[in-house]
Design a protein around this ligand. Structure first.
Ligand code: GDG
Length: 467
């Protein structure tokens, strides 16, 4: 293999100043590219009146960031439109929020074509291309049309939903068929892989040729589950940094004689924030004796503010958090802190470290890296307890968390009580198993497994005719 070319919607090479962008994909790719002298290609985050295809390149720490500007209408139709108003809600089981608009569809195709046209001249003979996430599903199809024959892999960071949901998408066939232009398609969990296989069996008259190899639309495709992890070593280092320690001391001082319950999420309806707030409210109502012993801190930096559904949920969360504090606060005490501020990663590490409970309750989540970060930041001698939604991809690997149904306030409240009163030996036992898997199945293991499978693939690159 010559170079690894990573492609994602946004490109966020580590700046080194701690002011990293919020979001799991950016975190993971920055960590995954660290040891490769690779190229990271994608949108610059800027818009121009007319698309030119001009490339901006910058090399930071061995990684060349190659970015391209898009037009305002691309942003509306491709990013805010098809990606975040159509695919994101649908793939997170929110068909009620999904907008189906042909202009979005056209914008999505146009931007994928523009990405392909800009990227193709950069591709060397032996380069391996790794495309990321739902913004860029048809990219391989566009690259193949331009004559790119290199190995191309795709990784989906979000869930692949049940067959019956996918078929809500107008032109779902074209979208899935375009995935057969990849050599390897990776999912976060075996469950999402199975859902994809089920679609192919039902809608493409396909078959499972052997485990991990599908036939559909007369072609072959390798598929697999590659659960993403965090950069555990780097996170452990960060936990010991002076900023993390300062933050941990600050939070410990703010919760003397009280237990800190922490949630950290992009402000997104898929993260189950409303349901979590209701669960906490239920806990306060049911446990008058424990009320003054807890403080819940929810950090939720705003994201995708141009999309109405995100503006609406923000308003509802403001009301709900206000209601909880108005109902339960006392003159010297309030149960809930809800902040929309974005913190540095080392500060987050300190906050996680001070917490007795990590409350991670998405309604649907491809994986969820916050759950893993919380575990990585705990003190081995006195670790906190992770409460995790059974609908997060991470639940598969993290069976020693307290697994809950995030839709049930009673379930969440019961788990909170159990976590607060849990004795230290049980906390240590549960944490140890969780920590072992967070360390072992880290971001490097994820990258290496995917790249090894992509470069060792057995399906011929351009299968002429499969019988
Ligand atoms: C997608 C999938 C999948 C949050 N607040 C702050 C902040 N964050 C960081 C967290 C974490 C990341 O953002 C969020 O990652 P998640 O995995 O929880 O969720 P998504 O952003 O939805 O990521 C997800 C992931 O891709 C990777 O495949 O796990 O399922 O939806 O790293 O720490 N970071 C900073 N300040 C904050 O206030 N610096």
């Amino acid at each position: 293999m010559n170079r690894l070319i990573v492609v994602s919607n946004r490109v966020n090479p580590p700046s080194g100043d701690g002011e990293e962008t919020v979001g799991g994909l950016a975190m993971a790719l920055a960590a995954a590219l660290k040891e490769y002298s690779g190229v990271w290609f994608g949108w610059s985050g800027r818009t121009v009146p007319k698309f030119t295809g001009e490339l901006h390149t910058e090399t930071v720490g061995g990684v060349t960031a190659a970015t391209v500007d898009l037009e305002e209408v691309d942003l509306d139709e491709y990013y805010n439109g098809y990606a975040n108003k159509t695919l994101w809600p649908l793939f997170h089981y929110r068909a009620d929020l999904a907008a189906f608009d042909r202009a979005f569809d056209k914008g999505y195709t146009r931007v994928n074509r523009r990405f392909a046209e800009t990227l193709a001249p950069l591709v060397g003979r032996d380069d391996v291309i790794w495309v990321h996430d739902y913004h860029l599903i048809p990219l391989a199809k566009e690259l193949r049309a331009l004559g790119v024959t290199n190995r191309i892999g795709f990784f989906l960071h979000i869930p692949w939903p049940a067959h019956q949901l996918v078929v809500n998408l107008p032109r779902h066939r074209q979208l899935v068929e375009s995935m057969f232009d990849y050599d390897l398609v990776g999912f976060q969990t075996a469950e999402y892989q199975q859902a994809f296989e089920e679609y192919v069996l039902n809608e493409a008259d396909g078959q499972v040729v052997r485990p991990g190899c599908l036939k559909g639309y007369g072609r072959l495709l390798e598929v697999g589950a590659y659960p993403i992890g965090i950069d555990a070593a780097d996170f452990a280092r960060m936990t010991r940094s002076s900023r993390a320690r300062r933050m941990r001391d600050l939070m410990t001082a703010a919760t003397v004689f009280r237990h800190l319950i922490v949630g950290v999420d992009r402000l997104d309806y898929s993260k189950g924030l409303e349901e979590r707030f209701l669960g906490f409210e239920h806990f306060l109502a049911q446990n008058p004796d424990l009320r003054r012993e807890v403080l819940m801190l929810q950090i939720a930096p705003v994201s995708r503010e141009a999309v109405e559904a995100y503006q609406e949920i923000r308003g509802r969360l403001d009301t709900l958090s206000g209601r909880i504090n108005a109902e339960y606060s006392d003159v010297d005490w309030a149960p809930f802190r809800y902040v929309n501020k974005n913190y540095r990663r080392d500060e987050l590490a300190g906050i996680y470290g001070a917490a007795r409970v990590g409350l991670v309750t998405p309604l649907r989540d491809g994986m969820n890296l916050v759950a893993k970060e919380f575990v990585a930041a705990q003190n081995p001698e006195d670790p906190g307890v992770l409460i995790l939604s059974r609908f997060a991809g991470a639940a598969r690997q993290m069976q020693d968390a307290l697994l809950v149904n995030p839709n049930s306030p009673e379930d969440v409240a019961d788990a909170l009580k159990r976590a607060i009163v849990m004795e230290r030996p049980e906390r240590i036992r549960r944490w140890r198993t969780l920590f072992d898997s967070v360390q072992r199945e880290d971001v490097t293991a994820w990258r290496d497994a995917f790249v090894a499978a992509l470069t060792a693939r057995t399906v011929p690159l351009k299968p002429a005719l499969v019988v």
